[in-house]
Write a protein that binds this ligand. Sequence first.
Ligand code: OXD
Ligand code: MN
Length: 581
Amino acid sequence: MNQDLKQWVDSCAAHCQPDRVVWLDGSEEEIQRVYEDSVADGTFVKMNEETYPNCWYHRSDPSDVARVEHLTFICSEKEDDAGPTNNWMAPGDAKKKVWPLFEGAMKGRTMYVIPYVMGPLGSPISKVGVEITDSKYVVANMRIMTRMGKAALDQLGDSTDYCKGLHSLGDLSPDRRFILHFPEDREIWSVGSGYGGNALLGKKCYALRIASVMARDQGWLAEHMLIVGIENPAGETRYVAAAFPSACGKTNLAMLVPPASMPGWKVWTVGDDIAWMKFGPDGQLYAINPENGFFGVAPGTSTKTNPNAFKTVQKNSLFTNVGFTDDGEPWWEGMGTEPPANMTTWKGAPYDPKGSEKAAHPNSRFTGPASQCPCISPEWENPKGVPISAILFGGRRASTNPLVFESFGWDHGVFVGAAVGSETTAAAIGKVGVVRRDPMAMLPFCGYNMADYWKHWIETGKKSDKMPRIFHVNWFRQDADGNYMWPGFGENLRVLAWVLDRCSGKGEAVETPIGHVPTPGAIDTSGLDVDPKTMDQLLSVKKDEWKAELDDQAEFFTKFGDRLPSELQDQLNQARSRFGF
Ligand code: OXD
Ligand code: MN
């Protein structure tokens, strides 16, 4: 028994006072016992065993359905180390305030100890964590989303190199809800929420916020990125990592189905949300997916938009806050079928097809094992990771950003990533929405000062002459009537094909002040309902729009004061001068 771990668990148990402490070994019998107990206490409802074998349905408290950025804190010793985009609390104050909320919080409950590995077992890039929780929902999700149990304890051995995560549902009151990160101690405390991103501590809390700090200290990258393999008709596979803010289609891109017009192309999913990247001995960046499953947004997922995600979750999966039919099946808006009769909503009320209440909460989720994904990459558990040829950044932009462009080089690419913006999804069609700056799609997930994070990116680029090329994509550009000009989904592969052409020194482009944009014929549009004029618009770089864009980026950068890396200020100045601003 690892003494450091035992002491920590004992001290948490003494304070939280559970009725019993259960160390999870990850076996099948064990999880079935947890499910049985969860049905008894109402955490899960068993779904239709014929149509959804070993699937479980959960409704959360209606006040606990999303990540809570305003209650999420980085508790670094110095406030400056958290930076202007994070909430900060001094570690001593945070502990004084939140430790009492754990006192006796697990009375009448079971405390589960979940040892887990983020990343393939035995991979030099993988990391161990241990989550203590009183939530059976968390146990069930962590069993799908991570490699957990005995294998994790074996990997840990006597080492003290693991992330400690203490989680309790507490009383679920938003007034007593805190998600605290102590980057110097590699520790996480989460209380008052059972929702995924707040409570599955391996995901956003460890694999992004804490890991981003470890990555800075140890010389690697922890990023909010999907990883996808693209195989061309000659059978060559290259890998792309892509960062988009939440609700910009990361899971769809990771599981893209090649269009009929591209026979012989295949797309292989490595990960849909998080990438950990380290240099290999050959100087290339290699990426692993630290997760073991997909925790995806259900609404809008259909056999048309993402058949692979759909097939992944037909068995051994969890469904949270979707509609629930009296046949024991899930249903959500955008599933591609008519709402069934006799369904209850995510709130447990009878569904009224004429009413305004949706069956599924907009942030309702499925949790499914990655191994069940029909297009899972044969390399997804390769302990070495997969070599990354290109990095994409992107956001949801009605205007300004062309369908795709390539940066002029690493430092410029870092600037492009740092300047990512995305329209708030509530933006009405036809209107330009409110752009929120979301650098590298890490705004809510970077565990330290974002200016230092950019510096870390700049420094990383100096370590090798085999860095991936950096691109920006925008699937969401609209015409003057508010219609999306690009069809998206599987057709995005046409853009990825150009990206990979550029990586192999082909792929025609014109130089513009923002970077290299495809020449009019460089992206194959045969068989698409996109005429040359529309394509022209999709690839256009408009001076007046970019004036406003660069001004907005400049204003955002001023938040960081002197800490902004001079390389980014230089890139901004150069972009302005290329336009003649
Ligand atoms: C997620 C998110 O759940 O980014 O992956 O919010
Ligand atoms: Mn995400």
